[in-house]
Design a protein around this ligand. Structure first.
Ligand code: FE
Length: 239
């Protein structure tokens, strides 16, 4: 069995949101698909350890915000690598509450779909929720962000909660690199982002050829916001 064949399955990048009473939260999900067109239904796969999973189980309602192709990595990181248990992910963002009281994003989002859970299937680490679509609309024109584009063109990483996560982030990428390049890289322990001395960090205004040790003390991971202490130097013997 060659599990690499699964990398040929296509996915998107979505923010799935739900609520518990007045409290709202959302997380990044890559597995969303329409199930039926007559009495339209939609399915999502959500990791059980996400707070959003708890909210959906309780409220039985969720929204899907379909992210635009040019959505910046830190925006995705906020929903994909941070927990609603410690931060309010919607703070300072443009959003609206749908008819079920669940938020959908009005920025970085091409369209939203709002659904009520009519069925769910326990698949171990994840639950597949099937929802009856109760509202949906387009918000702007553009192309959706695909999972493939996120990984290949934007250098995005998989959250451990993604159903497609395959430990591909740190170790596997590293093994393919040369020894001398390894010595100039640091990996984020939280999200797997790699700080490369040769590349710098454009999102935070860090020029190429800036040593990790010379980064400002308040520098943070451009994807998940982890601080410098949460980075591990990639050693040549790890190759
Ligand atoms: Fe990170």
């Amino acid at each position: 069995m060659n599990l690499l064949s699964l990398f040929n399955v296509t996915y998107g990048i979505y923010v799935v949101s739900s609520r518990r009473g007045e409290k709202i939260n959302g997380c990044v999900v890559n597995s969303v698909f329409q199930v039926t067109s007559e009495n339209p239904t939609i399915a999502i796969s959500v990791a059980k350890n996400n707070l959003t999973h708890e909210f959906i189980e309780e409220s039985k309602v969720f929204t899907i915000s379909i992210l635009k192709k040019d959505t910046p990595l830190p925006f995705i990181g906020k929903f994909g690598f941070k927990s609603g248990r410690t931060i309010d992910k919607f703070k300072d963002l443009e959003y609206e509450l749908g008819i079920t009281g669940v938020p959908f994003l009005k920025e970085k989002s091409l369209a939203y779909i709002e659904a009520e859970v009519i069925n769910s299937t326990d698949v171990g680490t994840h639950t597949i929720f099937i929802g009856k679509i109760v509202d949906c609309d387009n918000l702007c024109k553009g192309e959706p962000l695909t999972y493939s584009y996120y990984h290949k063109e934007k250098g995005g990483k998989s959250s451990k909660n993604a159903p497609t996560f395959a430990q591909q982030s740190a170790e596997n990428i590293i093994r393919e690199e040369k020894k001398e390049e390894l010595e100039t890289k640091h990996v984020c322990d939280i999200c797997g982002y790699i700080y490369d001395f040769n590349i710098g960090d454009d999102l935070n205004g860090i020029k190429p050829n800036t040593a990790f040790d010379d980064l400002p003390n308040d520098w943070k991971c451009p994807i998940c916001g982890a601080n410098k202490k949460q980075f591990t130097k990639i050693k040549s013997e790890d190759k």
